[in-house]
Design a protein around this ligand. Structure first.
Ligand SMILES: Cc1cc2nc3c(=O)[nH]c(=O)nc-3n(C[C@H](O)[C@H](O)[C@H](O)COP(=O)(O)OP(=O)(O)OC[C@H]3O[C@@H](n4cnc5c(N)ncnc54)[C@H](O)[C@@H]3O)c2cc1C
Length: 503
């Protein structure tokens, strides 16, 4: 039998992304979708940096990129600049794209490693078009000619996520999604299956559904408060548990990248939008007080703060099951890993895609839920390992937090990955997981974790040949950047809101 009604609890970014994604697929199939949200509770109100995959989500909905950029005050993002991570004073960019290109079937970084081992002091970054463009404050859309350097990179957005939720609400309502204002205070369960049959709002209104998507944020109203699913606490590996966030005035043209600067007890983000800069200090309460964390943030703002700083509390980890009975948790209700690599909105997207692919019939096959949980567990595990890499591939030991990471037992999956890299620059490939080999190269090489060896196939070329072929790529990347417009100029003609600078 077919499932007839879906109730989405929560109207933050995850609730409206889910409503948009599901209504796009199911509007013609007679499946009713109702979203319940409470203005009194509100949303978490942060989350501005994204990964390139969001473009495909928007494209699948048929959202025009220019309209999206205007509506959400978005800027383009070519990667993340990491400052002070490997050592204080170091910096590198994790780009959305490859370094150079494979030569005779061998990944480019092996050629760079051979250069290093032969005393050539060349920066890996110089072989990446998106890094050089980001450093020069330039941007253009990838070209259509895939043989050209300026075509082979990804990009994402830095945007106002509450405006994105508004855009998706309009989209979803056009697709027939109904929105109900109110606070859910009770859930009723089927006595045999334990499935949730309805939720009741403070007003007394009852909403029945076959499938409930819990997008209620950190509270996890259905997945945790009602079903008591349990939480895998990853604080042992990712101990940062608080953040303080504030937007400030923009000074100068917006750059096409996010910045993450390591601090003594955490790290600080800088995300430039069209009309403001988002800032936040993520920290571990064991190593710094709230007052000191706030002071650290406010003393390093480049412009006047635009509001009172917002304090946030979290515990890194994920629900033991993201799909439990007839409840699927998407967004913060399913788990949270700190926003160092802008992964939360991406994990929302993964959750929606997996739900659509494994969409249940009314009988809710156990195998669908198991497959969903297997996929999402892997996605979370991979992100956890990648985030932890930033803290452990470091020479820093100048504060309690950095010393804590020095003495840590790593998850086996990360340990294996780092060892394979360290011996000969080899990258274990995953079947599931958002970060592809170039991302791992960016962080490991960027934080001075340099392999002892490289792929021997590189030695099929003489050193002079390696120098020549790598120099060509470097020159081509440099030239492509000189032909790229300034990010601010490109934005102004492509996607700037009419009143740039307005809030
Ligand atoms: C410090 C920090 C920085 C972040 N930075 C980024 C970033 O740069 N990039 C990124 O991708 N992500 C980031 N995130 C994550 C991002 O903010 C969230 O993933 C995203 O906003 C989705 O949140 P949500 O919709 O799951 O929850 P929320 O925004 O909390 O929304 C929850 C919704 O549920 C409703 N609700 C709750 N309880 C009830 C109830 N009982 N009845 C009715 N309604 C209810 C609320 O009203 C609200 O509508 C960050 C998160 C934090 C904490």
């Amino acid at each position: 039998m077919r499932l007839r009604k879906i109730c989405i609890l929560g109207g933050g970014t995850s609730g409206w992304m889910t409503a948009a994604g599901l209504s796009n697929k199911y509007k013609s199939l007679g499946i009713e979708i109702e979203l319940v949200e409470s203005e009194q509770i509100g949303t978490v109100g942060v989350g501005e940096a994204t990964l390139p995959h969001i473009r495909f989500f928007n494209q699948s909905l048929g959202i025009d990129e220019r309209e999206f950029m205007k509506a959400t005050r978005a800027t383009f993002k070519l990667g993340i600049e990491f400052c002070d991570w490997g050592r204080q004073g170091d910096r590198y960019i994790h780009p959305f794209g490859d370094y150079g290109e494979p030569i005779d079937g061998v990944d480019f970084h092996h050629f760079w490693l051979r250069l290093l081992q032969n005393g050539h002091n060349s920066r890996l970054d110089d072989y990446s078009y998106p890094i050089l463009a980001a450093e020069a404050g330039k941007f253009q859309l990838p070209g259509k000619d895939v043989s050209k350097i300026g075509s082979n990179f990804g990009y994402a957005y830095q945007f106002d996520s509450s405006r994105y939720a508004v855009l998706l609400r309009q989209y979803s309502e056009k697709n027939g999604v109904t929105r109900t204002e109110g606070k859910a205070v009770k859930a009723s369960r089927d006595p045999e299956s334990g499935f949730i049959s309805s939720i009741t709002l403070e007003s007394g209104q009852t909403i029945e559904a076959d499938l409930f998507v819990d997008c209620s944020g950190f509270r996890g109203v259905l997945i945790e408060q009602e079903l008591e699913t349990g939480y895998d606490d990853w604080s042992e590996w990712l101990p940062c548990n608080r953040a303080i966030a504030v937007a400030c005035e923009t000074k100068g043209p917006s750059v096409p990248f996010t910045r993450a600067t390591a601090r003594k007890a955490g790290w600080q983000w800088r995300i430039p939008l069209q009309h403001r800069v988002g800032n936040g200090h993520v920290y571990c309460s064991e190593f710094i007080s709230d007052d000191a964390a706030r002071e650290q943030l406010l003393s390093t703002l480049e412009g006047q703060p635009l509001s009172e700083p917002k304090q946030l509390y979290f515990k890194t980890g994920k629900r033991r099951k993201l799909w439990n009975k007839n409840v699927v948790a998407i967004g913060l209700s399913g788990g949270f890993l700190e926003p160092l690599e802008s992964t939360s909105i991406h994990l929302i997207q993964e959750g929606i895609t997996a739900l659509i692919e494994l969409f249940p019939g009314k009988s809710f096959e156990t195998s669908d839920a198991e497959e969903y949980n297997r996929r999402m567990d892997l996605n979370f595990d991979r992100v956890r390992d990648f985030l932890l890499l930033h803290y452990v591939a470091t020479q820093r030991d100048d504060s309690e937090m950095w010393r804590y990471f020095r003495n840590m037992t790593l998850p086996e999956s990360l340990q294996e990955k780092m060892e394979a890299w360290k011996s000969r620059g080899y990258l274990l490939r995953y079947e599931q997981g958002v970060f592809l080999p170039p991302s791992w190269v960016a962080v490991m090489a960027g934080q001075n974790l340099i392999p002892d060896g490289y792929d021997l196939r590189v030695n099929r070329k003489t050193l002079d040949e390696v120098v020549s072929v790598t120099d060509t790529i470097k020159q081509q990347s440099k030239i492509a950047v000189t032909q790229t417009p300034d990010h601010a100029a490109f934005l102004a003609q492509y996607g700037a809101a009419a009143e740039m600078g307005a809030g």
